[in-house]
Design a protein around this ligand. Structure first.
Ligand SMILES: O=C(O)CCC(=O)C(=O)O
Length: 308
């Protein structure tokens, strides 16, 4: 209980910053976790536009089928990035310094991860590129792909737009504490409460197996929620609870070759996992229906003080 209260209190500066930037965020944050209000918000969507898909990187993908799967399962897997796009993003990430544990003062190259942990005496679970991701032309091309927007519009409605783009490493470490895992969204099931309606695309820029921090998603959990998971201040729930309620068979572990991609409705329960054998490099592109929050646009999840 004390840990839960601590977690809620430590998030307060972040919530205050979000409300200051966009006061409309408050009703979403308070009511958006309750199915009744969420369903009402889904009724307000505008019809999707018919976009020109000539220049998509994914000509083989059927946009209606993806939207259908999202409605049913909350998840569609089976995107495949062209090899030159994933190679370009991978070499960008290997030569560009990232920020460890979301901390702008902890800058490192991925290959120096062990040395940085040793030098700081801290577990470093993630390395984010924040706005630097937009220096990578291949990542920008993907962010602007018309097919990704078409799927977002088919599922979320005509208001759908890009609300976040983040590129980050998940590093293997032996020293992760409970707090570190929560902060990095690893081994901790949660749902996202960033918008009334949203989806997230994930692309594995390098191959991901069971030991390199695969993403997990709970099928169907975006449309079924116990009352106690709606009327709660916390978005996180224990793995035991999730397994008991949805069944082990509903939990999908997403592994794949270089360039593998999937899209999910992040109101469903999901989590990253702690990498054990090697780092994971992932690119996430989120679409929502509300004005984007600047800090969150590149994945900065929290602010650390009230004077923001
Ligand atoms: O690292 C992951 O796979 C999880 C990411 C996540 O939980 C999120 O984007 O909300």
């Amino acid at each position: 209980m004390v840990t839960k209260i601590r977690r809620i209190v430590s998030r307060l500066p972040t919530h205050i910053a979000d409300i200051k930037e966009n006061p409309r965020w408050l009703p979403m944050f308070t009511l958006g976790r309750v199915m009744l209000f969420r369903k009402l918000a889904w009724r307000l969507n505008a019809p999707p536009a018919q976009l020109d898909l000539t220049n998509t990187l994914f000509p083989e993908v059927d946009t209606e089928q993806v939207a259908e799967r999202l409605r049913r399962d909350g998840l569609f897997q089976g995107f495949r990035l062209p090899a030159d796009i994933s190679s370009e993003i991978s070499s960008f990430a290997r030569r560009t310094p990232c920020f460890g544990n979301f901390d702008r003062k902890l800058e490192l190259l991925a290959r120096d991860h062990r040395a940085a942990e040793f030098a700081t005496g801290r577990a470093i679970l993630t390395g984010h590129f924040f706005e630097r991701v937009l220096d990578c032309e291949a990542a920008r091309r993907l962010q602007q792909d018309p097919l990704l927007l078409q799927i977002a519009q088919n599922y979320l409605g005509g208001e759908a737009r890009v609300t976040a783009t983040r590129l980050w490493w998940s590093f293997p470490t032996e020293r992760a504490s409970d707090y570190d895992l929560h902060f990095a969204s690893q081994n901790r099931f949660h749902f996202d409460l960033d918008d009334w309606r949203m989806i997230k695309y994930f692309f594995y820029i390098e191959a991901v197996d069971q030991d390199s921090g695969p993403h997990l998603y709970v099928l169907g959990s975006h449309r079924q929620r116990l009352l106690r998971h709606q009327f709660t201040l916390l978005v996180g729930q224990s793995s035991e609870d999730i397994e008991r309620i949805y069944g082990r068979e509903a939990i999908v572990e997403l592994t794949g070759a270089q360039g593998f991609g999937f899209v999910e409705d992040p109101f469903g329960f999901h989590t990253g996992s702690l990498a054990r054998s090697g780092p994971r490099l992932a690119l996430e592109i989120a679409f929502g229906v509300s004005e984007k929050l600047h800090r969150r646009f590149h994945g900065e999840p929290v602010v650390r003080s009230l004077d923001c």
